[in-house]
Design a protein around this ligand. Structure first.
Ligand code: SF4
Length: 445
């Protein structure tokens, strides 16, 4: 919990020497509390005070990182219970299992299916972030061999799921340099698993059936020297798990209860593929930082990833595309030109309908700060001046020899002023862009 000015003051040297630029230590403490000054500005502050102040200033939920390079996964560091309060920082990382009972062609097929779970949605890449290797065989050697096969199959981050410290050590020996997440430690294996995590520098999952047990376990692991911890609450029903994860979130963020100040992981391995998808979406919403599924079905993973994308978008920043001219197909100087706004959903809906028309076209995207056509028009971000400026800025006159501009049917009202501002002939397009293919084929000649 953030310290008050007076609490900070108690930790300062109280010399009133003014070296920090403040007239008194109390004034400096007040500035620190409001984050308007830095502790380093006081050259006399003790190491003990520095440690206490740094600990108090630490975020309520620790950021945990695993994997390496571009495929590194970040989870945690959340600051709010509800997205609209600010935003969520770390989208739920989706992982899919690979059991170590598979080998040969079956293992190859599974790895190909799992690594292929990458998609494009409204111009953004989404995909699973990790592969969870599960020690179902019980054999350390088999586990290590499968870990290596997974590592060699691609770049995705890894989660090693093993109850036996011996198996975990064997897996880490094989792929430890990839910084996998180790899942994990239970009450009876905490010491041995913490030793493996500490020596390898890998984050460790604490696994227990109740919040109270998780608190004990995370404190034990931390005392053993492991700072990077992920919590796995193994509740018996989904409702218990959602309730438990919500309580943990409140305790970590609102009460700054450090033993629960870590991101969470949930294993969604029971039920059929449909059930796994539904459960995983619920857990991504409240409040699982990582969900691990058994199913590698694209039709389960794509909706899950889409839900994560939507829940974790910044509510203050609409998803935008770059304002410029987009060529759909291979348009030439006789091709139609139409405009829309740079709100991603609007643009990609239009792009898809233009593609369906099979009429090569230019789409001019006007910068409306990521708002849709009607919102931008109502807010005066889309008007004859902004469209005329966009035509000039992006050199549309040089792309076509005609001077005809198709505008969205919803803003037909701006036709007159737009013709005056641009000297282009305005053609009012359909109100719904699903009607655009027919419009381009029948009205545009
Ligand atoms: Fe107090 Fe440190 Fe500022 Fe001196 S530099 S007035 S000791 S806070």
């Amino acid at each position: 919990m953030a310290l008050t000015g007076l609490e900070i003051f108690k930790l300062l040297p109280k010399g009133n020497c003014k070296k920090c630029g403040m007239p008194t230590c109390l004034a400096f403490a007040m500035q620190l509390a409001q984050k308007r000054a830095k502790l380093e500005d006081c050259p006399l502050v003790s190491e003990e005070a520095k440690e206490k102040l740094a600990a108090a200033a630490a975020p309520p939920m620790r950021k945990i990182v695993f994997g390496t390079g571009e495929q590194q996964v970040q989870t945690g560091q959340e600051t709010v219970l509800f997205r609209h309060e600010e935003k969520f920082h770390s989208p739920t990382a989706v992982a899919v299992t690979v059991p170590d009972t598979l080998d040969g062609e079956a293992l190859k097929d599974r790895l190909a299916a799992v690594n292929a779970l990458q998609f494009e949605r409204v111009g953004t890449h989404i995909g699973i972030k990790a592969i969870a290797v599960v020690n179902e065989s019980g054999s350390p050697e088999t586990f290590a061999k499968t870990c290596k096969a997974v590592k060699d199959s691609g770049n995705l981050a890894m989660i090693l799921v093993a109850d036996s410290p011996v198996a975990m050590a064997a897996g880490v020996k094989e792929v430890g340099q990839s910084v996998p997440l180790l899942a994990g430690a239970r009450a009876d294996t905490a010491e041995a698993m913490a030793k493996i995590a500490k020596e390898s520098g890998c984050p460790l999952v604490a696994r227990a059936g109740s919040i109270e047990e998780l608190v004990d376990l995370s404190e034990k692991i931390k005392a053993a020297g492991v700072e990077d911890i992920v919590l796995n609450l193994e509740a018996s029903t989904l409702s218990d798990q959602l309730y438990g994860l919500s309580r943990m979130r409140v305790l970590s963020l609102k009460k700054v209860f450090r033993p629960l100040g870590y991101p969470t992981l949930s294993l969604v391995t029971g039920g059929d593929a449909n059930q796994q998808g539904a459960v995983a979406i619920s857990l991504a919403c409240k409040y699982s930082g990582i969900v691990v599924l058994d199913t590698a079905e694209p039709w389960v993973n794509l909706p899950l990833l889409t839900a994560v994308m939507n829940v974790f978008s910044d509510p203050q920043k609409p998803v935008q595309v770059e304002p410029k001219v987009y060529a759909i197909g291979e348009p030439d100087e006789n091709s139609p030109v139409m405009f829309t706004t740079n709100f991603s959903l609007t643009y990609y809906t239009l792009e898809s309908d233009v593609e369906n028309s099979r009429v090569p076209s230019y789409i001019l995207v006007v910068d409306t700060e990521g708002t849709s056509v009607l919102t931008a028009y109502s807010g005066d971000k889309l008007n004859e001046k902004t469209v005329a400026q966009a035509i000039t800025k992006h050199g549309v006159e040089n792309l076509v020899k005609h001077r005809k501009l198709i505008i969205p049917g919803y803003v037909a009202v701006m036709s007159g002023k737009l013709e005056e501002a641009t000297n282009w002939e305005v053609m009012v397009g359909p109100r719904e862009c699903s009607m655009l293919p027919r419009y381009l084929q029948e009205v545009w000649k």
